[in-house]
Design a protein around this ligand. Structure first.
Ligand SMILES: Nc1nc2c(c(=O)[nH]1)N[C@H]1C(S)=C(S)[C@@H](COP(=O)(O)O)O[C@H]1N2
Ligand SMILES: [Mo]
Length: 171
C-alpha cells in the first residue's frame, strides 16, 4: 500500500519531531484570488516544486502580528498587521540561510534568516485595519516596529523595509 507523500512525511515528522508539523503544505491554502506573494527556492520537501503562491486570504489565514509605530514614510502612528517574516519562512520549511525579497519595481534585498527576530519584521497587509494599495506601498510591505527599539531605526532595517513586496526566494 502506498501512502501519499505528504501523509508519510507527516507521520515521520510526528514520530521523530525533527521539524515543526507546520512545515507541511497545509498552512498555505491554494489561492482563489489574485496571487500577491510567491515564495520559492529552498523550501520544505512538501511544498510545491514551483513554490508557494499566496493570495490575500491565504496570508490572512496565517497567524497575524500587529503593532503600532511611526515610520519614516508615513504620518503619525499607524497600526500594521501582517505575518511575521521569520514565522512565514519557518512554515514554508525554508532550509537556506538567506532570503531575497523582491518588489514590484525590481528592488531586491537579502536578509539572513537566522538573524531575523521571531516576530519582526512582518509582511504587513493592513494599515489601521484596512488593506492598502500599490499607491500606498501595498498590498504587502515589510515593516519593523521602528518606535520599539533603536535597532529598527537603522539603515539595515530601512533597506529591508520593502514595499510592494511580491516575491521571496530562499537560498
Ligand atoms: N519597493 C522598494 N522598497 C524599498 C526600496 C525600493 O527601492 N523599492 N528602497 C529601500 C531602501 S535601500 C531604503 S533605505 C528605504 C528607502 O526609503 P526612501 O526611498 O523613502 O528613503 O526603502 C527601502 N525599501
Ligand atoms: Mo537604503
Amino acid at each position: 500500500m502506498r501512502f501519499p507523500r505528504r501523509l508519510m512525511t507527516g507521520m515521520m515528522l510526528s514520530g521523530l519531531c525533527l521539524h515543526p508539523v507546520s512545515s507541511l503544505a497545509e498552512p498555505f491554502p491554494a489561492p482563489t484570488e489574485e496571487v500577491i506573494l510567491t515564495i520559492d527556492g529552498k523550501l520544505g520537501p512538501d511544498m510545491p516544486a514551483s513554490g508557494i503562491a499566496l493570495d490575500l486570504a491565504g496570508l490572512k489565514a496565517l497567524p497575524a502580528t500587529s503593532f503600532t509605530t511611526r515610520t519614516i514614510w508615513t504620518d503619525g502612528p499607524k497600526t500594521f498587521t501582517g505575518v511575521s517574516l521569520r514565522r512565514l519562512l519557518e512554515m514554508a520549511g525554508a532550509s537556506g540561510d538567506t532570503v531575497w525579497a523582491e518588489a514590484l519595481n525590481g528592488y531586491q534585498v537579502e536578509m539572513k534568516i537566522p538573524e531575523l527576530h521571531p516576530e519582526f519584521p512582518i509582511i504587513a497587509y493592513q494599515i489601521d485595519g484596512v488593506e492598502f494599495t500599490r499607491r500606498d506601498k501595498g498590498p504587502l510591505w515589510i515593516v519593523y516596529p521602528y518606535d520599539l527599539d533603536e535597532q529598527y531605526r537603522s539603515e539595515i532595517s530601512y533597506a529591508t523595509s520593502v514595499w510592494q513586496l511580491q516575491k521571496m526566494t530562499v537560498e
